[in-house]
Design a protein around this ligand. Structure first.
Ligand SMILES: C=CC1=C(C)c2cc3[nH]c(cc4nc(cc5[nH]c(cc1n2)c(C)c5CCC(=O)O)C(CCC(=O)O)=C4C)c(C)c3C=C
Ligand SMILES: [Fe+2]
Length: 425
């Protein structure tokens, strides 16, 4: 995804204290101050340095210009605000206006601009933009729009336009879905390196939907600490303490083969199917488990991220290797054995997940988990993996799938056009 300079003094913005966010304070400050006790203390037991990453909050991604919408192949930003919406109007013109106005607004937001005046010229009128992202910079914001299965019905005259593989997900083993965390007619995935920038984008887009009378909010999750890595990124950790994203899709040919839709009408090509699962973690139970057992759950070492058959994070797992007693080193129920493409006929999905927390539940326990977001050119690929994981994954003892949704993400519009415009022609 291309980086673009923002108009109006982005370069000046670039090196202000606000515009640079340090990946790990100990790591980057340690390097600036010289290696001292703080840096030494930050080294893990394995002697590995912390993951340094400097985030440039003046980076902007382009809304127009790529065939695909931003926010899928884009290097993963640090935060997400993910929200789904219910349509509140049966008039297809309202949906059309919503997609047109959202497209224009997203193009501005991704440049770090407002969607309208914060302080209107007529002082006694309502601001078009809520203002909380003024001067925060674009922060690599991407907003990705998804269309849910219920849009493609006779009610909107769109029944014959439904993408071939868009349908509700089938019931899956391990489903503990809560209706208020499930479904939606539209989705917005706003990712940014500043959570306030992501929040502002969704808030102001929700305002536009309400203003038109086209859609209302359904469910939302604020995610942090990206739990998977794209090309060129170091692998972050999920809330169970494991590196997540080591064997994620990174190569362009894998995107072509597994992520982008290549068939059907032109308006669907370069689109993708977005599947989202809100997965709650039983963190206190996990924290009482022995690390050897935790390693067996994933089939990887906690600190290094190496497979149990290797030494380094990116060593290829050997799913046949056994110990001297004939036991598989990566157990039969290990998460990576069940999910690996080698054991699923070559099937791969793109994971773009985030950690989340909802604070503390009514029992005083940590209410947190993983907002699992994945992209693939056929949602049956997610279903195949989750059918297997839901039935046998050792991880199931520590997680519950409580939310779920599926959307078709159309390609990016050409300049001067809006998302999914061809639906209405
Ligand atoms: C249906 C697909 C998947 C769900 C749901 C899922 C949930 C989930 N995963 C982790 C943590 C890890 N997953 C890892 C690897 C991995 N996971 C999936 C799929 C789903 N995970 C795949 C396809 C893979 C790659 C397997 C491989 O090829 O080896 C890993 C290991 C590191 C990595 O490669 O990313 C971790 C750790 C959690 C915590 C979770 C639900 C809460
Ligand atoms: Fe996984």
């Amino acid at each position: 995804m291309s980086k673009a300079e923002i108009p109006g003094g982005a370069a000046a913005h670039q090196l202000t204290r606000r515009s640079l966010l340090l990946g790990t304070a100990t790591g980057t400050l340690g390097a600036m101050l010289g290696a001292g006790p703080a840096t030494a203390a930050a080294l893990g037991a394995a002697g590995a340095p912390p993951d340094n990453e400097i985030v440039d909050l003046s980076t902007a991604h382009a809304f127009y210009g790529s065939a695909e919408q931003a926010g899928i192949m884009t290097p993963q930003q640090r935060y997400v605000l993910y929200m789904t919406f219910d349509l509140t109007s049966n008039d297809r013109a309202d949906l059309q206006v919503l997609l047109a106005r959202w497209s224009a607004a997203i193009a501005l937001l991704m440049q770090g601009r407002t969607v309208g005046q914060v302080e209107p010229t007529r002082a006694n009128s309502v601001g078009a933009d809520t203002g909380e992202a003024l001067s925060l910079g674009p922060a690599s914001l991407t907003v990705t729009v998804g269309l849910g299965p219920n849009i493609f019905t006779d009610a909107y005259g769109l029944a014959d336009k439904r993408p071939a593989r868009l349908r509700d997900l089938k019931q899956l083993p391990s489903d503990s879905l809560q209706p208020d965390l499930t479904g939606g007619d539209l989705s917005l995935q706003a990712c940014a390196d500043d959570p306030q920038v992501a929040y502002h984008a969704i808030r102001d887009l929700a305002r536009i939907a309400k203003d038109i009378g086209a859609a209302s909010t359904r469910w939302a999750v604020l995610g942090f600490g990206r739990a998977s890595a794209g090309k060129g990124q170091s692998t972050p950790r999920n809330l169970l303490g494991y590196r997540d994203g080591t064997r994620n899709i990174k190569a362009a040919e894998d995107f072509d083969h597994h992520v982008w839709v290549k068939d059907g009408p032109a308006w669907q090509r370069h689109g993708s199917y977005q599947v989202v699962r809100k997965i709650q973690m039983h963190i206190e139970n996990w924290d009482t488990d022995r690390v050897s057992d935790q390693n067996a759950v994933f089939g990887r070492h906690k600190e290094s991220g190496a497979p149990l058959t290797g030494q380094k994070e990116f060593d290829t797992p050997d799913f046949h290797k056994r110990d001297s007693e004939g036991q598989l080193l990566i157990p039969a129920t290990a998460h990576i054995r069940l999910a690996a493409h080698e054991n699923n006929g070559g099937l791969k999905i793109l994971r773009r997940s985030y950690n989340y927390t909802d604070g503390i539940n009514r029992y005083g326990l940590l209410d947190a988990g993983l907002l699992f977001i994945c992209y693939q050119n056929d949602p049956a690929h997610f279903e195949a993996l989750q059918t297997k994981l839901g039935a046998s994954d050792a991880l199931n003892e520590y997680i519950a799938h409580i939310g779920s949704a599926i959307f078709f993400v159309p390609p990016a519009p050409r300049p001067g056009h809006y998302i999914a415009e061809q639906l209405f022609t």
